[in-house]
Design a protein around this ligand. Structure first.
Ligand code: ZN
Length: 148
């Protein structure tokens, strides 16, 4: 069942609307994605290029001879990945969607560079931002309130 979902970068300059047909997503662990996102792995949702509408065209980083990556040059948010010669499909970063909670990981890719210590983190101490007084104090001092 097709559904319109919106997303964008951290500063709000780049916005998109994408038609998704399910909530299946995956984690990529390849070194190119690790380097380009600064993350041990990156959650992607595969979509059709034709199903993505950019309200503001993203900047494109040529990350390798075979791939380009949409991002925002102002805030640095990684928005996805696409093969240079692909006009059919591309990936959008799950966390750049306005509601990433809808997506479910279905497989791992690039597992030869997977950092297994970061996979199963269940059982580690858990802390909330709204219970972290130092963080709350900094927000209140800077803006008068805590964004939650
Ligand atoms: Zn931005």
């Amino acid at each position: 069942m097709a559904e319109q979902m919106t997303g964008g970068c951290a500063c709000g300059r780049i916005r998109y609307s994408a038609t998704v047909h399910d909530h299946d997503a995956y984690l990529c662990h390849c070194r190119m994605c690790q380097r380009s996102t600064g993350s041990v792995s990156i959650a992607f949702k595969s979509v059709k290029v034709a199903d993505v509408e950019w309200a503001h065209e993203p900047d494109w980083f040529e990350s390798s001879p075979i791939a380009v990556r949409p991002y925002c040059r102002e805030c640095g948010t990684s928005l996805g990945c696409k093969f240079r010669d692909s006009h059919e499909k591309m990936d959008l970063t799950v966390a750049s969607f306005d509601d990433p909670s809808r997506f479910v990981p279905k497989h791992h890719f690039g597992v030869e560079n997977m950092h297994r210590a970061w996979l199963n983190t269940e059982g580690l101490k858990e802390m909330r931002t709204d219970e972290h007084q130092l963080l709350i104090d900094k927000w209140v001092a800077a803006t008068g309130s805590f964004p939650g």
